[in-house]
Design a protein around this ligand. Structure first.
Ligand code: FAD
Length: 443
């Protein structure tokens, strides 16, 4: 393992030298890859303060190599590792502090994990809906959307964002909120990775009961299309305190894993909410627990360094309703073997209350988010031929194909036009291009 071409290692700023990691360092194997992607960067910088992020950015801009931002390294769409380039990791910016008890305002660094956020909020009787896995980082998720266990009741993670501090391409540290740099604040909530490095997020948490109902059902999915359709109809008919996810798998018999959170601490309410979900197909296994929200999010078990290999191949889509036609196409795609992972999450509810032009995440009418993964991009695409026509957009956190067509799927024309204008203003030389790039030179 040797130093890579194009990086002036001698020019690494003094303040970043002791924490910088390069090929050949004993700790390099712990930093080279991410959760899902194998990599071999030429340099990983670990700033510990905002001032050091500014220095790291200025240095990186002078090196003619790929440049990626890493918070907690769970990205599918972003390139938070690369081959021969620089990674600016904000993992050390991971503090969590309460700003105001009365308004439930708190500040969190991009390097914090969502399990840590949930644990820190719990003693205050608060929560913030984020995702389903506690190891995911604040930086990647809170700049894209955030489809979590309380989505139908409380909306997306970005809907709770009140302000950010962001280091933009020219090195300025900009505060953005509804009242300061409001356009940039709009863009950060759905397309943040194109605009800079967010070094601090201020959120408003929700009040949270001590416990919620958490269910895991395994169902016989022999009637795969029927199970999918009934799950969709049941979720749409459920009160907003229910948010559910579904994984469908081939097999003998094929299996549906249904997970659901019911935001209630009353066992009778929880059972009555869950019964319709348990009734959609023959029940093979069930597990229902009353547990703190933070405990559901503590599912990363203190995961340490990443050891991803190869490239993730993921296709994402947002779906308004699970129609019989979509359910049949989905079942065919699952049996087609081009994909090994098929998971749907509920959105809708409070997510759809927010007007589509309020944030760069615009596909607010969707009730469901689909993520599929395959071993090979071409086979995954061919499995998607029958699915694509049923989609009404995509969520970029679950997509690995960065080409232009997918950007148009993620952002409707008016949103994309506004993003393009803002990209020209804030990042005219396209420094931040590792993730779903909105190219500023386009008309
Ligand atoms: C196991 C697993 C479960 C998941 N579950 C969910 C879920 O339930 N709901 C959901 O919404 N998503 C989910 N995701 C997707 C997740 O939200 C994205 O992958 C997210 O980008 C990961 O954030 P990260 O900071 O860990 O990733 P990183 O790999 O560190 O970052 C990903 C990209 O985000 C951008 N980025 C990161 N930090 C910053 C920053 N500080 N400022 C600006 N841009 C930045 C960069 O472009 C970077 O390449 C899941 C992912 C995995 C792997």
């Amino acid at each position: 393992l040797a130093r890579r071409e194009g990086i002036d290692y001698d020019a690494i700023p003094e303040s970043l030298r002791d924490t910088a990691v390069e090929p050949g360092d004993p700790v390099y194997p712990r930093h080279r890859s991410t959760y899902l992607r194998g990599g071999a960067p030429g340099l990983i910088l670990h700033p510990r303060t905002t001032a050091q992020v500014v220095e790291a950015l200025a240095f990186s801009r002078r090196q003619p190599v790929p440049f990626g931002i890493r918070s907690a390294g769970h990205g599918l769409s972003g390139r938070s590792t690369n081959d021969g380039g620089i990674i600016l990791s904000v993992a050390a910016l991971n503090s969590i502090e309460v700003l105001d008890e009365a308004t439930r305002r708190f500040r969190v660094g991009p390097g914090a994990h969502w399990s840590e956020v949930a644990a820190a909020l719990e003693p205050h009787g608060w929560s913030l809906t984020s995702g389903d896995y506690g190891g995911v980082g604040v930086g990647g998720l809170a700049t894209a959307g955030g489809i979590g266990w309380l989505a139908r009741e409380h909306g997306l993670t970005i809907d709770h964002l009140r302000a950010v501090d962001i280091v933009v391409a020219d090195g300025r540290v900009i505060r953005a909120s509804e009242t300061e740099n409001a356009d940039l604040f709009w863009a950060v909530r759905g397309a943040g990775a194109n605009f800079g490095i967010v070094v601090s997020f201020e959120f408003e948490a929700d009040e949270q009961k001590n416990s919620v109902g958490y269910a895991q059902f395994v169902l016989d999915a022999t009637d795969m299309a029927g199970v999918l359709e009934r799950w969709g109809a049941t979720v749409e008919a459920a009160p907003r305190d229910v948010t559910s996810a579904l994984i469908l798998q081939r097999g003998a018999p094929p299996i549906a894993s249904v997970m659901a959170v019911v935001d209630s601490d009353d066992p009778d309410t929880i059972i009555s909410r869950l019964q319709p979900l348990a009734d959609i197909a023959p029940l093979l296994q069930q597990n229902v627990q009353l547990m703190p929200y933070a405990e559901i999010m503590a599912n990363d078990h203190g995961a340490g360094w990443h050891n991803g290999q190869g490239e993730p191949h993921a296709r994402s889509g947002l779906v308004n309703h699970i129609t019989p036609e979509f359910a049949r196409a989905a079942a065919a795609a699952i049996w087609d073997r081009g994909l090994y992972w098929f998971q749907m999450r509920a959105v809708g509810g409070a997510v759809s209350d927010v007007p589509p032009d309020a944030t760069a995440y615009a596909h607010r009418s969707a009730n469901f988010s689909l993520v599929t993964m395959g071993a090979d991009d071409d086979r995954l695409n061919s499995a998607w031929e029958g699915l694509y026509g049923h989609m009404s957009g995509l969520y970029l956190s679950f997509e690995s194909g960065l080409h232009e067509g997918r950007i148009a799927d993620a952002f409707p024309p008016a949103t994309l036009a506004r993003l393009l204008e803002l990209k020209r203003e804030w990042d005219p030389t396209n420094v931040f291009r590792d993730n779903f790039n909105i190219v500023p030179s386009e008309d």
